[in-house]
Structures are given as C-alpha cells and as structure tokens.
Design a protein around this ligand. Structure first.
Ligand code: 5GP
Length: 184
C-alpha cells in the first residue's frame, strides 16, 4: 500500500456524532474517501446496502475473514464489522485520503499494521450528553442502547491510545480541528 499517511481512523462511542462530522468532512474535501464497511447488523431505517454498509450474513462475514478479505474486523454490541481490504488499497493508490470510521479494536489493529496511520478519537462532552444523543437518535431499541452505553465506557477508557482526542461539543469546531490535524 502506498503513502500510508493517508489512512485516517475516526473512532468514538456510539452517539458521539461521528456520522455527522464525517459527512461534513466529505462535503468539504473531495480528496477524502470514506470506506464502506461490511456488517452483520440489520439495516436501520433509511440505510442502504453498499452506501452505509455492505449488509451481509454471519456466514458470509466469516468466509471473508477466512479468505483474509478484511483489513481489520471486530465484534461490536453483538454484531461483526469489518473493513474490506480491496477498495481501501484501490482508493489509496488513486490518491485519496482514506477515512475509516471504526471502533476501538479495529483501530488498534490498523495502528499495529500501519503505525503511520492517523488516529482520532471523538469524545462526548459528558456521558449524560452521550446517552441523550443516542436516545434522541431513536435508531436503537433499549437493549441495544444499553449495550452501546456499556461499551462506550470501555471505548472512552481506550481513548489514550489515539494520536488525537477531540471533544465533540460542536460539529463545525470538530470538523475544523480535524482538518487542521489532517493538513498538518
Ligand atoms: P453502528 O452499528 O452504530 O453503525 O456501528 C457500531 C460501531 O461499529 C461504531 O463504533 C462504528 O464506528 C463501528 N464500525 C463500523 N464499521 C466498522 C468496521 O469496518 N470495523 C470496525 N472495527 N468497526 C466498525
């Protein structure tokens, strides 16, 4: 893989606002390409296969793991998630900055394989605010919300392994900070 400085990892607990921040980054910088992950979780309302995720069965996911078709993969709140290797290679070779929106275990795998990659962790202003954001999003049932909140404690405790930790008080400010980091 050429030019590994172009691999950017964005991680943060469920509900922190990664999706909104990333949408802004993509609108403002056409040289950033967001990797589409594969997952075994069911699509949420409005999510499209091939756009938000590749929604695949557990058998298919395991088959891809066996065939080493993921750059990294992890289990999160009862489902599997992974970054398909092929597209990432292709887009890096085409000169894009490749953005991975992944959880902590996947971020660790990428950092081990590619120490030159840039990792950014987004923190919520507080745990109360995080819970409010997940609930207001209204996409998960109570059990899934609880699993995600429990997991968020572990993720926040792991934030010290990231190159940069930003508190997402406000989308515009966070996007500005990320651009400063990417361009520096
Ligand atoms: P969600 O179900 O809310 O879309 O995603 C749950 C978590 O999985 C989020 O923290 C998200 O960043 C992470 N995630 C999404 N795609 C991948 C992936 O390909 N690999 C890993 N390790 N995590 C992922």
């Amino acid at each position: 893989m050429k030019n590994l400085k172009k691999l950017i990892i964005i991680t943060g607990p469920s509900g922190v606002g990664k999706g909104t921040v990333i949408k802004e980054l993509l609108v403002k910088d056409r040289d950033i390409w967001l990797s589409v992950s594969a997952t075994t979780r069911s699509p949420r309302m409005g999510e499209r296969d091939g756009q938000n995720y590749y929604f695949i069965s557990e058998d298919k996911f395991k088959d891809m793991v066996d065939k080493k078709e993921f750059l990294e993969w992890a289990q999160f709140a009862g489902n599997y998630y992974g970054t398909p290797l092929n597209k990432v290679n292709e887009k890096i070779n085409e000169g894009f900055d490749v953005l991975l929106e992944i959880e902590v275990e996947g971020a660790k795998q990428i950092k081990e394989k590619f120490p030159e990659s840039l990792s950014i962790f987004l923190l919520p202003p507080s745990k109360e605010e995080l819970e409010k954001r997940i609930r207001n999003r209204g996409t998960e049932k109570e059990e899934a919300i609880n699993r995600r909140l429990i997991r968020s404690n572990y993720e926040i405790a792991s934030s010290n392994i990231f190159d940069f930790v930003l508190t997402n008080h406000n989308v515009d400010e966070t996007v500005k900070e990320i651009f400063k980091i990417i361009k520096s």
